[in-house]
Design a protein. Structure first.
Length: 603
C-alpha cells in the first residue's frame, strides 16, 4: 500500500496568490472531507502555511483546528511551542502586519493548539539556499512542480531575486519580498509573477521531499505541475468520484467532522483505504494502454473514471448509516467488484492480485435449514468480523457470501429441512457444490440427543453440542421377519473433524459440553418416545439424530469434498420443550465457525 503522510500543499496562501487562483471556502472543506475519508495515512502541513491560508476563512479554519486537535493533521513547525511560533511569525512579518493580521491582532485564537512533529529544518533558510545555488538549465530537475513557461522570466530575474534574499535580514521569502525595495535590484511584474510561482513550487517540493510526504493530484484551481507518483491512489477527483459512486454525493457530504475524526485510521478505515487504492490502481492498469498521451493525467483520469462508472453498479448505492458502517460495507463492495472484474479482465487482474492474492485456504460452505439456525450463524459471523459481500449464483439458485479481510470467505446455503425434496439439502446441495466447488461443507444447526442424562441414558444436557464422527442413514432398511438397517454409514472429513476437535478443545465453557460420535439422519421430524427407543435399540452407539446429514454426507462424498455435522441438542426427540432452539443453534454455529476459522487460518 502506498502509505505515508499526505501533504496539504494546496492549503497555501503564497501558492494561491502566485497562481491568482482562489477556491471557495466550501470547496476546500469538501476536499478535506473527501481526503480524510479516503486516505487513512495522516495529513501534514506547516502550521504557518495552514494559519496563513485558513485564518481568513472561518469555517475552514475551525475545521482545520479540529483536525489538528484530533491528530488527523500533523501541524509541524520548527518552533518548540505555539507561543514560540507566534513570536517567530511576528518577527518575519513585522514589516507588513496588515497583510498578516492573524499573527498580530488575532494571535490568541491559536492558544491551546498542539503542534505536531517538530521540523529539524528552517524552510525559509532552505528556500534561500536553493535559490542562491540554482544554476540555469536545471529547471526541470530542481523545480519539477513549476511550469516550464516561467523558466525564461524566472532566470532573467534571478540576479535580482538573489540580491533581495541576501538583503532580506529576517524576512520571509515571499512575493512581498520580491515587491519590496530590498537590495539594489528590482524586478518587472512578469519576473515577480514567475519568481513567486517558482518559490511556491520550490517550497512545496522541498517540504514534501524533506518529510517524505505524498502529494495529491487533481486539486481544483491549483495549477502547479502535478507529481505522477501520487496518481491514482492520491488523486482527488478519482477518490471523490469512486466514493460518490459507492454512497452518493448527498451521503458523502453528510458525513460530519466528529464521525470522520472518531473513525480516522481505525481498522475499518485502513481496510477501506487499502481496497480503494487496490481498485484505483487496478483500474488504471486496465485502461492506461488506451491513452494516446501516457503522461497526461487528465486523459488517464478520464479513462479511469469511465471504467469506474462502467464497472460499478451505480444503481445500488450503499445505504449504510454511520461512517464506520460505510467503511465496512464499501470495503466488501470494492472486494466484490474487484474479484468479479479480475475474472474477466486480465490487465485489471494483473494489478489486483498484487493487493488481493487468490484465496489459498479453500472455500467453506455452511448449510442451515431453519430460521433459528440462520440467525445463529449470522450472529457468529458478525461477531467474528465477517460481513455480507454478495449473493452468488449457484446452479439454478443463489447462496450468500460472507467475507473478512483479504482472503477469508464463507458461503451460506439455506435449505429446507430434510434430505429429500426440491429445496432440501439433497435437492440444492449437489448443484451448489458443482457450481462453487467448495473444499469444505459444514452442516450447522440443531438436533435431538440420544444420550440424555434426564432419562438416565447418558450424560447429555440440553444445549450440548455434537460433532459427527460418522453419519448413519436410519431410513433405509430391509423389512421381513426382522427389520435390518441397510443405510450407509459415512465418515466425516478427516481434516474438518480435526479442526472441529481443536475448536472444541479451545471452547472454554462450564455450561455445556461437546460430544463426538455417530449421528443418525432421516426424513422424520421426531417427536415420539417409542420411535426414539427403537433408534436407541437399533443404533446403540448413536449420540444424536437430525434430518439433513444424509444429503450433506452423500453429496460431499460423491464430489470428493470434506464434510462434517455440528449441531446443538434442543430436545430428546420426544416431549419437545420450547426455549432451547436458539441457545443450541447459537452454540453449534459458533463451534462450526470456529472450526472453519481454523481451516482458513491454516494456510
Amino acid at each position: 500500500m502506498k502509505a505515508g503522510p499526505v501533504f496539504l500543499d494546496f492549503l497555501n496562501r503564497e501558492a494561491s496568490r502566485s497562481a491568482a487562483r482562489v477556491r471557495a471556502d466550501r470547496v476546500d472543506v469538501n476536499i478535506l472531507r473527501t481526503l480524510a475519508i479516503a486516505l487513512p495515512h495522516t495529513f501534514s502541513a506547516n502550521i504557518s502555511q495552514l494559519t496563513e491560508y485558513c485564518s481568513s476563512r472561518p469555517h475552514l479554519f475551525r475545521l482545520t483546528l479540529n483536525l489538528i486537535e484530533s491528530r488527523v493533521i500533523d501541524a509541524t513547525s520548527q518552533a518548540a511551542s505555539i507561543e514560540d511560533f507566534i513570536v517567530s511569525r511576528q518577527r518575519l512579518y513585522g514589516h507588513i502586519p496588515e497583510r498578516y493580521p492573524f499573527f498580530f491582532e488575532r494571535a490568541a485564537e491559536l492558544e491551546g493548539v498542539r503542534l505536531g512533529t517538530r521540523n529539524d529544518f528552517d524552510m525559509t533558510g532552505a528556500l534561500g539556499q536553493r535559490l542562491l545555488a540554482y544554476e540555469p538549465g536545471r529547471f526541470a530537475f530542481d523545480l519539477s512542480r513549476a511550469h516550464p513557461h516561467d523558466q525564461s522570466a524566472f532566470e532573467s530575474g534571478l540576479p535580482a531575486v538573489r540580491d533581495k534574499i541576501l538583503h532580506r535580514e529576517n524576512l520571509a521569502i515571499t512575493r512581498d519580498l520580491l515587491e519590496s525595495n530590498r537590495g539594489s535590484h528590482s524586478l518587472t511584474k512578469g519576473q515577480i509573477d514567475a519568481a513567486s510561482r517558482i518559490i511556491s513550487a520550490l517550497y512545496m517540493g522541498e517540504y514534501a521531499g524533506r518529510r517524505s510526504l505524498r502529494v495529491c493530484t487533481g486539486i481544483p484551481d491549483f495549477p502547479f505541475t502535478e507529481i505522477f507518483d501520487g496518481f491514482p491512489a492520491f488523486d482527488f477527483p478519482l477518490l471523490d468520484g469512486l466514493i460518490v459512486l459507492l454512497v452518493g454525493r448527498r451521503k458523502l457530504d453528510a458525513f460530519d467532522l466528529e464521525d470522520i475524526c472518531s473513525c480516522y485510521a481505525s481498522e475499518d478505515h485502513q481496510r477501506f483505504g487499502y481496497y480503494l487504492e487496490a481498485f484505483l490502481e487496478s483500474s488504471l492498469n486496465a485502461v492506461k494502454s488506451q491513452v494516446n498521451l501516457p503522461g497526461s493525467l487528465q486523459a488517464l483520469r478520464a479513462l479511469v473514471m469511465q471504467f469506474l462508472r462502467r464497472e460499478l453498479d451505480v444503481g445500488t448505492l450503499l445505504s449504510s448509516g454511520t461512517l464506520s458502517e460505510f467503511y465496512i460495507a464499501a470495503s466488501q463492495r470494492l472486494l466484490e467488484f474487484g474479484q468479479r472484474i479480475a475474472k474477466s479482465n486480465g490487465l485489471f487482474s494483473e494489478k489486483w492480485r498484487e493487493y488481493v492474492p487468490e484465496y489459498s485456504a479453500g472455500l467453506i460452505l455452511i448449510t442451515t435449514a431453519t430460521d433459528t439456525e440462520d440467525a445463529a450463524l449470522f450472529s457468529a459471523l458478525h461477531e467474528s468480523g465477517f460481513s455480507r459481500t454478495t449473493p452468488l449464483k449457484a446452479g439454478a439458485g443463489f447462496v450468500q457470501e460472507f467475507g473478512r479481510g483479504l482472503r477469508d470467505r464463507v458461503v451460506h446455503l439455506r435449505t429446507s429441512a430434510g434430505s429429500m425434496g426440491v429445496n432440501s439439502a439433497g435437492g440444492t446441495l449437489p448443484p451448489v457444490i458443482a457450481s462453487l466447488q467448495p473444499d469444505y461443507i459444514i452442516s450447522a444447526g440443531i438436533c435431538f440427543g440420544l444420550k440424555p442424562a434426564k432419562y438416565e441414558q447418558g450424560k447429555q444436557e440440553l444445549g450440548d453440542v455434537i460433532i459427527s464422527g460418522h453419519v448413519q442413514d436410519y431410513e433405509s432398511e430391509r423389512l421381513g421377519r426382522a427389520i435390518t438397517p441397510r443405510g450407509e454409514r459415512l465418515p466425516a472429513g478427516a481434516g474438518l473433524l480435526q479442526a472441529a476437535r481443536i475448536a472444541r478443545d479451545n471452547t472454554a465453557s462450564d455450561s455445556w459440553k461437546c460430544y463426538e460420535g455417530l449421528v443418525l439422519s432421516g426424513q422424520k421430524l421426531v417427536d415420539d418416545e417409542a420411535f426414539v427407543v427403537s433408534l436407541r435399540s437399533r443404533f446403540p452407539d448413536a449420540i444424536a439424530g437430525e434430518m439433513e446429514g444424509n444429503a450433506v454426507a452423500g453429496a460431499s462424498n460423491y464430489a470428493g469434498k470434506q464434510w462434517i455435522i455440528v449441531k446443538g441438542i434442543c430436545d430428546w426427540g420426544m416431549n419437545k420443550e420450547d426455549g432451547w432452539q436458539e441457545k443450541a443453534a447459537s452454540r453449534a454455529c459458533r463451534l462450526a465457525l470456529d472450526a472453519a476459522l481454523i481451516v482458513l487460518s491454516s494456510n
